[in-house]
Design a protein around this ligand. Sequence first.
Ligand code: SAM
Ligand code: SF4
Ligand code: F3S
Length: 439
Amino acid sequence: MGNMASKKFLIETYGCQMNEAESASLVSILKSYGWEETREADKADAVILNTCSVRETAENRIWGRLGFYKHEKSKRNFKLTVMGCMAQRIQEKLMKKVPEIDLVVGNFEKHKIALYLDEVLEKNLRFSATKTADYSFFNNHYSGSFKTFIPIMHGCNNFCSYCIVPYVRGREVSRDPQLIIEEIRNLTELGVVEITLLGQNVNSYRFETNGKYVDFPRILELVAENTPENTWIRFLTSHPKDLSKRVMELIEKEDKICRHIHLPVQHGSNRILKSMNRGYTREDYLNLVERIREKISDISITTDILIGYPGEEDEDLELTLKLMESANFDDAFIYRYNPREGTPAFKLADPIPYEKKIERMNRVFELQKRLSRKNREKRLGRNAKVLAEQVSKKNRGEILGRTEWNEMVVFEGNDDMIGRFVEVKLESLSGNTYRGRIV
Ligand code: SAM
Ligand code: SF4
Ligand code: F3S
């Protein structure tokens, strides 16, 4: 193992944007403790897996990575850490099944990881730190990129019947608005031009001090007030039960806030929505979409759809397809239900056969492809502000960018455009990606 000054770590991040944000924080913390980041597994003194438990497939990937590192450990010596939601969910099983794991760190002790790693290295200890306590937000989520995820909340109080998140992330807590604003000011000085405010359910943000409180519309407004002109502000995720009129008005009036709302519906059948404990009906949802479209011109609405939930019949699928057409989604993430132990839906088993789920998902995919295409076609011929994100891997003379509606655009350009806004004429479509030309 290297000397103290040159110890190297490698971090692999799985799961949602919250994990990405926290990994970015950990990278800077570890660096401040004298660690150096590496992307080469065979050079790392410490390998850290930041994990996700939301679906079995997510956990299976981690078991696969653990298998790989187990084998690596038979060849050379390094420390193996598992952190995040899977660490929180099954700490004991991990320690027992994989003796090669040195350290398990849950969601409430992540900020201490540098200290724990030192102990593991110096004293050659093996332990897990997964107690649940008050969540401490990190102060710095800068990843070196021009776009940054900023957690403003942690945890979830909704307990959708299928979902593990409330059990591994705990109850909702909101972050001090002053610290959020301070961080965002620093980031924009470092050249960050896109900020995504993060939480499982950002609309229930609420921070109280001295009898006064800051709610989600207010923090959104504060962020807009405290960022320079050319900044994009996004937020994830909105729960349909509490997206307020004030948020809609703010999006309509404030240019910096992207005209995009990710509003997971999960399903189109009231019977299923009820069993899922989502807290709204299909009618509520469609009303909300109508109000959003009335209040905000040119808004893009995207969603999550969960197929194959216990008890889903063919009629329920039809209702979902109908709702998708009515809501006219710009995009959708489509998931196949899988049971998570410890959630209420686990007791309902998993009665829908795999093939049936796939067949239903394909119908949802096909419909969404059509809707996405139709909605994008409407924008052809227009000029759009685009954030240039990366050089195309297929063609070095082409740049991939994104519109405020969260759609991909490819256009001719060069790499000094990366991280900057350009005006692009949307000329044609290939799949769901626009082809355009800088104007
Ligand atoms: N808080 C967000 C919300 O309420 O929409 C979503 C958070 S979750 C990390 C992202 C998506 O994973 C959910 O919208 C849901 O569709 C999906 N998901 C959650 N539990 C699942 C399960 N047991 N099987 C398959 N997909 C699941
Ligand atoms: Fe999971 Fe529901 Fe909370 Fe989203 S709102 S994280 S789906 S429990
Ligand atoms: Fe996965 Fe945890 Fe996020 S379970 S989706 S990493 S909150």
